[in-house]
Design a protein around this ligand. Sequence first.
Ligand SMILES: Nc1ncnc2c1ncn2[C@@H]1O[C@H](COP(=O)(O)OS(=O)(=O)O)[C@@H](OP(=O)(O)O)[C@H]1O
Ligand SMILES: Nc1ncnc2c1ncn2[C@@H]1O[C@H](COP(=O)(O)OP(=O)(O)O)[C@@H](O)[C@H]1O
Length: 198
Amino acid sequence: MEKNIFTHQFNVDRDKRSSLKNHAPLLIWFTGLSGSGKSTVANAVEQTLFNKGIHTYLLDGDNVRKGICSNLSFSTEDRSENIRRIGEVANLMLDAGLVVLASFVSPYREDRENVKAIVGNTNFVEVFVNTPIEECERRDVKGLYKMARKGEITNFTGVNAPYELPLSADIEIDTTQLDLETIVVLIVKNILGKIERK
Ligand SMILES: Nc1ncnc2c1ncn2[C@@H]1O[C@H](COP(=O)(O)OS(=O)(=O)O)[C@@H](OP(=O)(O)O)[C@H]1O
Ligand SMILES: Nc1ncnc2c1ncn2[C@@H]1O[C@H](COP(=O)(O)OP(=O)(O)O)[C@@H](O)[C@H]1O
C-alpha cells in the first residue's frame, strides 16, 4: 500500500508540542454498551481535566460517525474500520500534544487492541464502562434497545451483535455501583499520574 512515501523530519516535534502544553499526551478509550455511560463519564472527565488547564479533545459518535466515518454502517467490518480511523485520528491528536478521550462502543477486542498498537501501549488507557445490559436497556436513552428487541435493528450490540469483554482494562467501572462524581475522581487521579511530564 505505502508506495513512494517518505517521512519528512519537521522541526516542531511531538515532544516540543507536549512541553509547551506542560503535560504528556494520552488517549483515554471508553468502551461499553450503548447506554452504559461512556459519553456521560467522558464528558465529565474532560470537563475536570479542562478546568485543570489540560488540553483535551473528546471524540465520539457525533463528531466521528457524522463526519469522517459517515459512510460506515454497524457491520463487523465497518465497525472495525470506524475504530481504525478513530485510532489514526487520535494518534494525530496525540502528536499534537492533546489528551484525547474517545467514547465508542468498540465491541471487538481486536479493534481495541489495534488502536493500542496504533498509538502505543504507554499512550493508551482503556476504561471499561461495565454497566449491566439490564440497566442499559432500562435507561434506553435513545430508544434503540426497544427497536432492537422488536427486530427493527438487526445488529445492535448486546442484543443481536456481540460485545467482547476487555480482558485487562486499566480501569473498570459500573455506573450502577458508583456515582458520576466518584467515577470522575477515580479516573482523573489515574490520568494525572500518567500525563505528568518528568
Ligand atoms: N447496531 C448498533 N449497535 C450499537 N450502537 C448503535 C447501533 N446502531 C446505532 N447505534 C448508535 O451508535 C452509537 C455507537 O456508535 P459507535 O461508533 O460507538 O459504534 S462502534 O464502536 O463502531 O461499534 C451508539 O451510541 P452510544 O449509545 O453513545 O453508545 C448508538 O446510539
Ligand atoms: N453513575 C453514572 N455514570 C454515568 N452515567 C450515569 C450514571 N448513573 C446514571 N447514568 C445515566 O446513564 C445514561 C448513560 O447514557 P450515555 O452517557 O449516553 O451512555 P453511552 O455513551 O454509553 O451510550 C445517562 O442518561 C446518564 O445520566
